[in-house]
Write a protein that binds this ligand. Structure first.
Ligand code: ATP
Length: 224
């Protein structure tokens, strides 16, 4: 047996950023299924305190992080990661990927997991081209979002797209894979905030622990 064939396959680690305002079953079920599909040891779910391309959330980053922790509960391999809460200034995913790359080292396959809606805006991100030098990008199909890519995104992605997990994992970074997960859920945090504002039920849209924390903290229940 050669030295290379005896080496264990590189560890696979994922990062899913978001506002999580609040976390819901669309996030959590996707996280679990993408972790399984890619064979990730750990998927870091990272709330952004100040998402650069959207309005400041009304619920604090610490509260959104606490909801995320409650939502994840004891789910294997999913980790609520508060590293962006500990950083000053706007939350740029490229900085988070650089931190994770530094933490896990060069040999690891690092994957940024992103929903289709967010992916369509990738070319507008700060230092978007640096993402591919740090990680793969895996795009989760989301009901209700158009699939044509803006031309800037097509240009950014170039020839990076692959069609399978095994092809993606031949390298540790730099690929793009679009993934159809078994449970596509048309749930959004916007819909949940709207329902809470109107005093309507969010049962079965969010985990029970999240629903309880929302009510005990009186979150999202007043008009914007
Ligand atoms: P909002 O409605 O406030 O825009 P959201 O529900 O899209 O929020 P985010 O926190 O912005 O939630 O999303 C974090 C990440 O999770 C993004 O990459 C987003 O595309 C993805 N995501 C959110 N909801 C779903 C879903 N139902 N299925 C798959 N991916 C999702």
């Amino acid at each position: 047996m050669s030295e290379t064939s005896r080496r264990p396959p590189p560890l696979r680690v994922g990062m899913m950023g978001g506002t999580f305002d609040p976390v819901h079953h669309g996030h959590l079920r996707s996280a679990l299924e993408v972790r399984e599909a890619l064979g990730l040891a750990t998927l870091h779910m990272v709330p952004a305190p100040q998402p650069p391309l959207r309005d400041t959330p009304r619920v604090s980053a610490a509260q959104r992080f606490a909801l995320l922790q409650a939502g994840i509960g004891d789910a294997c391999g999913l980790v609520a990661d508060d590293r962006e809460l500990r950083r000053e200034g706007p939350s740029y995913s490229v900085d988070t990927l650089a931190e994770l790359r530094q933490h896990y080292g060069d040999e690891v396959s690092l994957v940024m997991v992103i929903g289709q809606d967010a992916f369509l805006r990738l070319a507008n991100w700060d230092r978007a081209e640096q993402v591919f030098g740090l990680a793969h990008v895996v795009v989760i199909a989301r009901p209700g979002y158009p699939s044509p890519w803006p031309s800037a995104l097509t240009e950014l992605v170039g020839h990076r797209e692959v069609s399978s997990v095994s092809e993606l994992m031949k390298r540790t970074r730099g690929g793009v894979l679009q993934l159809e997960l078994p449970s596509r859920m048309a749930i959004s945090a916007t819909y949940i905030r709207q329902r809470l504002k109107e005093g309507k039920s969010v049962r079965y849209l969010v985990p029970e622990a999240v629903e309880q924390a929302i009510f005990s903290g009186r979150l999202y229940q007043t008009g914007e």
